[in-house]
Design a protein around this ligand. Structure first.
Ligand code: GLN
Length: 305
């Protein structure tokens, strides 16, 4: 049997030289005081084993990892219709790029760049009675953790400085691809980004994607088999913005990153793994987090390939 705990310890040792090589996100003021030295990994297997090291139980701002949750909810509700409003191709450009949206006439390349995630959030607002409460309840349900909350200071801080996202949503609206009021879309979007979760909670929450759409702890089906497969495919091709190709090459697992420094990946039929290290590279992905996952697939000999 693979000695996961031993491998996680060896990874923690070997990523130490990377500390200081990236930068904590500062464009959201409430994030910039995060301790850059934080580091945690949590691993959950479908067989029910749990392993963790470092700061795996400390909650942090999940930021764009939330896009997986909102996409799951929207995909489950509206199905293939969703792809009329948002594309399925890797963007090859920054997560908050405006340029591509202009020449593609307001249809975002994929649901994980900010423009695409704003459209997905708009879909949720159209279909849910209380989108902020419903998103939180969804995340609590899939993780089995009932006290997961928004950090309201982070949400407010991003609202005060989120000029690029405001530009994106206005541009989408001018192309008819946003139905709800702009203020409401931004409010829900900044809240979803400000969900606080630990690596352990994230790894648990992602297990339905390793389990063909079913929450293993409760047996509840969240997505069909086919939808779960497709969601993993979107994470594989688009989960890391303009670094998606390199992540696939180095790590070989579908996953999603956030500017809080978290990354979650899954190996279908086997496991979910979450890592947190706040220092980011220029593409907004955790420097030590990407390396940790690369070492994980190398040392365990497991990936999707
Ligand atoms: N809230 C951030 C933003 O919209 C999320 C970005 C990210 O995590 N890549 O800019």
């Amino acid at each position: 049997m693979t000695d996961y705990q031993h491998i996680l310890e060896s990874i923690r040792r070997d990523v130490q030289p990377l500390f200081g090589k990236g930068k904590v996100a500062s464009y959201i003021p409430a994030l910039k005081n995060t301790d850059p030295k934080k580091f945690g990994i949590a691993l959950e297997t479908l067989a029910g084993q749990e392993y963790s090291i470092g700061d795996a139980n400390e909650r942090f701002s999940i930021q764009s990892i939330s896009k997986v949750f909102t996409l799951t909810m929207a995909f489950a509700m509206v199905g293939e219709e969703l792809w009329k409003r948002v594309g399925l191709e890797p963007s090859g450009s920054a997560f908050n790029s405006l340029v591509q949206l202009e020449y593609e006439k307001g249809k975002p390349r994929n649901p994980f760049i900010n423009a695409g995630a704003l459209v997905v959030t708009d879909v949720l607002i159209q279909h849910l009675p209380d989108p902020k409460a419903d998103i939180l309840n969804f995340v609590r349900k899939i993780s089995g953790i009932s006290d997961i909350e928004y950090d309201l200071d982070i949400a407010r801080s991003e609202r005060e400085t989120g000029f690029t996202n405001t530009a994106l949503v206005n541009f989408l609206k001018s192309h008819g691809n946003i139905v709800s009021p702009i203020e409401q879309v931004l409010d829900v979007y900044f809240h979803q980004c400000a969900i606080m979760m630990s690596c352990r909670e994230l790894a648990k929450a992602f297990l339905y994607l390793a389990n063909h759409g079913v929450i293993p702890a409760t047996g509840e089906r969240i997505l069909t088999d086919s939808q779960a497969k497709r969601l993993n495919a979107v994470m594989m091709t688009c989960g890391f913005y303009d670094e998606a190709g390199e992540f696939a090459f180095r790590v070989g697992m579908p996953g999603k990153s956030g500017v809080g420094g978290g990354i979650v990946s899954v190996i279908p039929a086997l496991l979910a793994i979450a890592v947190w290290s706040p220092e980011l590279n220029e593409r907004g992905n955790s420097v030590a987090g990407v390396m940790a996952l690369e070492l994980f697939t190398t040392r365990t000999g497991r990936s999707i390939f």
